[in-house]
Design a binder for this molecule. Sequence first.
Ligand code: HMG
Ligand code: MG
Length: 303
Amino acid sequence: MSLPGAVTLVEVGPRDGLQGQKTVLSVEQRVALISSLAASGLSRIEAGSFVNPERIPAMRDTDQVLARLPATASVRYCALTPNMKGLDAALEAGVKEVAVFTGASETFTQKNIQCSIAQSLERFQPLIEKASQAGVLVRGYLSCTMGCPYEGKVALDQVASLAWELHQMGCYEISLGDTIGVGNPVRVRQLIEKITRQLSVEVLAAHFHDTYGLAMANLYAAMESGITIIDSAVAGLGGCPYAKGASGNVATEDVLFMLNGLGIETGVNMDRLLDVNTLVCSQGDFPNFSRTAKALLTARERF
Ligand code: HMG
Ligand code: MG
């Protein structure tokens, strides 16, 4: 099986990385973080969420964050919008991409977005239509594709049919979330094989959390299956507040180290990314979960 020549990294640190943290970064800190991520060469960055601030305080004032980001043709910012209220705020903020999110398990979906899977799709339809009319791209997230923190096993057929449905509704890209990191390379391959019976692999992204240390192996399998879009978070921060025990996203630095080693193009500069790692960890006193960043920063100090 062959590997891709180039991969697009979608940086989700400013959203997934920060959303569940006890320490809430200020608007200025979030702007500094996103700007330095952009300066490292990342071309797609999830800048925040338009969600209920009582539930996710860390994503409050995402409109102000977006307003202060320098407009640049080299970076596309995205924001999560679970409903029309979120979309209207995102359109007002001038964002060019939004993301809707549902799950492959009923219990998780209910806890995360307070509705059933079917209701979430009903809610998304007018949202996707309105966004499309405004020329805004809509990404579709599917959580719990490898397993659910409440229900355990999730049927691959269910994931595949939801991925197809989201795409039919107008989502240009489907990000497959292994929300609690329970996937393995064989299951990843099986899932992609199932989904690509109906959808092109080009519309799929891998969004893997590293709870059990398998995210890198799973990403390798995903790339062998043709995936070229990978979600990751600087310093490996993150996790969904409604998926108990789920630790961070796979670290951008770790993914980049693997891709660089494999000769896969990303356009991202490791040295600059290490500066962002140092910045974000000091901003919120967050632990650094990136093994690559730890090793390279130690080597930087030594030499
Ligand atoms: P709801 O049905 O209105 O219910 O919203 P609610 O009880 O949560 O909220 C009621 C209050 O929220 C009302 O305010 C609404 O106006 C307000 P009140 O009248 O009480 O003052 N509200 C909003 N405020 C701002 N922006 C909005 C908005 N919508 C309602 N858009 C909803 C349901 C889902 C919107 C809400 O519960 C919510 O925002 N939840 C947070 C969900 C979330 O952010 N989850 C984490 C992200 S998903 C994730 O991490 C997984 C992912 O990474 C992939 C993976 O790893 O698997 C994407
Ligand atoms: Mg996530």
